[in-house]
Write a new protein. Structure first.
Length: 120
């Protein structure tokens, strides 16, 4: 039996998706980041979705949609959420810079940094 390892899913996407489809995956990455931030906040603070909804002044259904990535929130909503939860909120909206890939050989981790030293 051949040794099979699960590859990086983005390699597969690069192989089969056209440029338009790849844009949707970029958006999904942003929505997943929002979802995981909210879920991690709830777990860290031992909150239910209903508790978080009360803090944010929205419905439990809205929290569920945000946590599932079903909802694409506006910048204003994200700002309100970050303010209510005491989270840092930043948007980087500029030309892309070339990434430098740094290999962490002991564990083969990849860290990408842009030329100004911020993690990509």
């Amino acid at each position: 039996m051949a040794d099979r390892n699960l590859g990086n899913p983005y390699d597969f996407i690069d192989e089969i998706a056209d440029e338009e489809e790849k844009k949707y995956f970029e958006l999904d990455d942003i929505l997943v980041d929002i979802a995981t931030t909210l879920i991690n906040y709830r777990i860290k603070n031992n909150l239910t979705q209903k508790d978080l909804a009360r803090i944010l002044g929205c419905s439990q259904a809205m929290v569920s949609k945000l946590e599932s990535g079903e909802y694409n929130p506006s910048v204003e909503l994200l700002w309100k959420i970050s303010s209510a939860l005491g989270l840092e909120f930043k948007i980087i909206f500029r030309e892309k810079e070339q990434d430098i890939t740094i290999w962490d050989t002991p564990e083969d981790n990849i860290f990408a940094f842009d030329f100004v030293g911020e993690a990509a």
